[in-house]
Design a protein around this ligand. Structure first.
Ligand SMILES: *Cc1c(COP(=O)(O)O)cnc(C)c1O
Length: 391
């Protein structure tokens, strides 16, 4: 008999009752070090005091109003994002994949309004992930996500990740945009080289094609800059954000330049919940914490500590780990045994990691984990590696 919850997930036999910082606690008191953070969502860990305060204060005054009315909490968060980034304007969604839907619509409407309605094609990359909506699965294109779901949204061309020449060859008079994750997350923590991101920007500058970045997983301080593309010294035209932006409250956003957003006039897009007062009150509290230079420099320092320790583990346990990769606190350990086995062995050692493609386990801890948490993470990952070596 089917379970009451639609069985679309292979769930681990773990259930948490409470979270504190980088820790998740089961009903029996077992404490797990959370290096997954709900897949890069709980950027400030669990039950962060300023997020709890923002949420409860807003909950006591007003939860929801329609986007038919002014929402000051939404304006405040949009102002903060515009102030801190390339963007001139922001639309709030509830998730990453809804941000993908709008990014695709925005890019196409841009060309439609420029009297080039044939420009609808979007170049995307193998191994990418843009969520599970109709446009998201068509954009990513892998059979795992698309098979059985009927006709796909048309207009996506999939190219080898990081192959700049393939992009140059694929650009044609119908190309609307390039859509890429600066660091692939689900694809196995695969960073695009800064030089390649720069090259994509140059191609877009030369051809007018819009550069759309999916920073749903790698954004909001994850790589040690507020957004990952800053490392390459470039800016996109449109950017998708979600996951960390709500710190655990469902929230996403599309950021854009005034020009790229120019087609999205009143009535062209909408969302019932997107950017409601509760979500934006929490999102603004997250933004205030993660966008400061002090916070980001701490992310980089901690990332260095964790990475150094992981490099040591790779050297000590070559039968378990092949390499460390990634950027900032978005790290991957390429595994020798099946990565799912390594994640499961981690559970036995009370440490949570997240599997990804390319046989990689992901480490996406809360960005504010402590130095003690990092030391403990290394102890537990080492115990996990030992348990596999000895098995
Ligand atoms: C998680 C993710 C998405 C989808 O976000 P949802 O909130 O699950 O819809 C899109 N793009 C990237 C890069 C992601 O990591």
């Amino acid at each position: 008999m089917i379970s009451s919850v639609l069985p679309t997930y292979n769930r681990a036999p773990l259930s948490f009752e409470k979270g504190e910082g980088a820790w998740l606690i089961e009903a029996d008191g077992r404490r797990f070090l959370d290096l997954g953070a709900g897949i890069a969502v709980s950027a400030l860990g669990h039950a962060h005091p300023s997020l709890v305060a923002a949420l409860t204060a807003q909950a006591q005054s007003l939860w929801h109003v329609s986007n038919l009315y002014e929402i000051p909490q939404q304006t405040a968060l949009a102002d903060a994002l515009v102030e801190a980034t390339f963007a001139d304007t922001v639309f709030f969604t509830n998730s990453g994949t809804e941000a993908c839907e709008l990014a695709v619509k925005m890019a196409r409407k841009y060309w439609f309004d420029k009297d080039q309605p044939e420009r609808v094609e979007i170049l995307t990359f193998e191994g990418s992930f843009h969520g599970r909506s109709a446009a998201g699965i068509a954009a990513a294109g892998s059979e795992k996500m698309t098979k059985g779901f009927g006709p796909l949204v048309a207009g996506f061309t999939h190219l080898p990740f990081g192959d700049v020449q393939a992009v140059k060859d694929a650009i044609n008079p119908n190309t609307a945009a390039i859509l890429v994750e600066p660091v692939q997350g689900e694809g196995g923590i695969r960073p695009l080289a800064d030089a390649d991101l720069k090259a994509l920007r140059e191609i877009c500058d030369e051809t007018g094609v819009l550069l759309v970045l999916d920073e749903v997983q790698c954004g909001m301080g994850r790589t040690g800059r507020l957004f990952a593309h800053e490392w390459a010294g470039i800016a996109p035209d449109i950017m998708m954000v979600a996951k960390g932006i709500g710190g655990g409250f469902p929230l996403g956003a599309v950021l854009a330049t005034e020009d790229a957003a120019s087609g999205m006039t009143a009535g062209t897009h909408g969302s019932t919940y997107g950017g409601n007062p509760l979500a934006c009150a929490v999102g603004h509290a997250v933004m205030k914490e993660v966008s400061t230079p002090e916070f980001l420099s701490e992310v980089n320092r901690k990332a260095g500590l964790l990475r150094q320790g992981l490099e040591r583990l790779v050297a000590s346990y070559p039968d378990v780990f092949e390499e460390v990769r990634g950027s900032g606190l978005m790290l991957g350990l390429k595994c020798v045994p099946p990565c799912g086995d390594v994640v499961a062995a981690g559970y036995k050692n009370e440490v949570i990691t997240v599997p990804a493609a390319d046989n990689v386990i992901r480490l996406l801890p809360p960005l504010n984990l402590t130095d003690e948490d990092i030391a403990e993470a290394l102890v537990r990952i080492e115990a996990t590696a030992k348990s596999i070596t000895n098995a």
